[in-house]
Design a protein around this ligand. Structure first.
Ligand code: UGA
Length: 429
């Protein structure tokens, strides 16, 4: 099928590329001319494992192209996906101005029936507004359908998640676009659920909030474990083997971050409030997440006492492993707090250092993770990168004034660390 994706962020670029990979003809549109130029020249604006090769392959095969013209994208395709940002506003609600702008642009360019699919994460009832806007701003007054098709990919695993989705949600009250949507998704061999548009939009917020709730739940359990002398990983294992609960997203740490969970929680709480429900449960999920960072910081200050004039090595800046994304990263927030307390930082992240520089301009960026500890009073693990487990602990210990490690992601074994002569503090163990 001929598809156009408007917006080449994580969701737009990866979706477009994966649609091309299964044989569709895809045009990706972005209003940022520099980004389009980069993509046309074979560059990729984000780090996402496997994406670069897939983009190159599909561009070479003539199935994937880039333009900054929405009109061209609308004219040449039957189905137009909206994948533009929906950033948070200071009151927690979502800024829908990009969605509205794109809806108007699509409407202005439509001269025949089109299916307009919203893939951006939006509050429930946005689809209704998109339909109203297209109706109002379409001079040709052609027929169209608006569909909600939320995306569930995780950064760092986006290509895999898209090629093998757990489920595909198609939200529309109209039967007409369902066949086309099924055709687009059939090659992905995933269960397809057809719902009304409001339910589809709600599924996205409900899913992300539930995952965030799971993380806050295990973080709360971690606090109880610390007080009770129990081990949160063993508890997570014990409850996670119950299929009704599941082990995934039960890793205690310094809290969740990124451009999705914090924003989507606030947005869901806000939209619930607007339609008459005070979502106290989700407010508590936010509180637990904020407390988790404070508790970890307290562990550091309780041990080191004064941070002024101390040098701390920090492993991890990205909001999670396998990404260079540092937006709303708990690791960055922690670094900022340590700097506020007067500490000097030596930092390392396998992919996130370039993007972190603007947020942490005073830190020293160390290319080799094994060199971070040199001259440090303590080491902190702030992101769950697998490769940190291979840290040369003997070398790190030798280079430090005192071998103290605060492990915010529970990557090391407490008993082994003590055996190796470390003062070792982790989360919930
Ligand atoms: C999340 C969802 O997992 C995706 O399904 C969804 O599509 C996406 O948001 C989105 O709305 O676009 P993502 O933000 O990429 O994906 O990252 P996650 O892997 O969910 O991790 C989010 C945060 O939770 C990270 O800071 C991570 O370190 C933290 N986390 C995750 C934990 O602290 N413990 C866990 O057990 C799992």
């Amino acid at each position: 099928m001929k598809l156009t994706i408007i917006g080449t962020g994580y969701v737009g670029l990866v979706s477009g590329t994966c649609f091309a990979e299964v044989g569709h003809q895809v045009i990706c549109v972005d209003s940022d001319a520099a980004k389009v130029k980069l993509l046309q020249a074979g560059g990729i604006p984000i780090y996402e494992p496997g994406l670069e090769e897939l983009v190159r392959k599909n561009v070479a095969a003539g199935r994937l192209s880039f333009t900054h013209s929405t009109a061209e994208g609308v004219e040449k395709s039957d189905v137009i996906f909206i994948a533009v940002p929906t950033p948070p506003q200071p009151d927690g609600s979502v800024d829908l101005s990009y969605i509205e702008r794109v809806a108007r642009d699509i409407a202005g360019a439509m001269t025949s029936y089109k299916i307009v699919v919203d893939k951006s994460t939006v509050p429930v009832k946005t689809g209704e507004k998109v339909a109203e806007t297209i109706q109002r701003y379409c001079p040709a007054k052609v027929e169209f359908d608006v569909v909600s098709n939320p995306e569930f990919l995780r950064e760092g695993f986006a290509v895999g998640d898209l090629m093998k989705p757990d489920r595909v949600v198609i939200g529309t009250r109209s039967p007409r676009p369902v066949a086309a949507m099924r055709e687009i998704y059939t090659p992905f061999q995933a269960p397809i659920i057809v719902t009304d548009i409001n339910s589809a939009e709600l599924i996205k917020h409900a899913a992300n909030s539930f995952l965030a709730l799971k993380i806050s739940y295990i973080n709360a359990i971690a606090t109880v474990c610390e007080a009770a002398g129990a081990n949160v990983q063993e508890v997570a294992q014990g409850i996670g083997l119950d299929e009704r609960i599941g082990r995934r997203f039960l890793n205690a740490g310094i809290g969740f971050g990124g451009s999705c969970f914090p924003k989507d929680l606030s947005a869901f709480i806000k939209i619930a409030e607007q339609i008459g429900y005070d979502f106290k449960l989700l407010k508590e999920v936010q509180h637990i997440n904020a407390d988790q960072m404070e508790r970890f910081l307290k562990k550091i200050t309780d041990t080191l006492w004064v941070l002024k004039d101390k040098t701390i090595g920090v492993l991890g800046l990205a909001f999670k492993q396998n990404t260079d994304d540092v937006r709303s990263s708990p690791a960055i927030a922690l670094c900022q707090r340590l700097i506020q307390e007067g500490a000097t930082l030596r930092v390392h992240d396998p992919k996130g250092m370039d993007k972190a520089r603007a947020l942490l301009p005073t830190a020293t960026y160390v290319e080799d993770m094994n060199a971070v500890a040199e001259g440090c009073d303590a080491l902190v693990v702030a992101t769950e990168w697998e490769e940190f487990k291979q840290l040369d602990l003997a070398r790190a210990k030798k280079g430090m004034t005192h071998p103290i490690l605060f492990d915010g992601r529970n990557l090391f074994d407490p008993a082994e660390m003590v055996r190796l002569g470390w003062i070792y503090k982790s989360v919930g163990r």
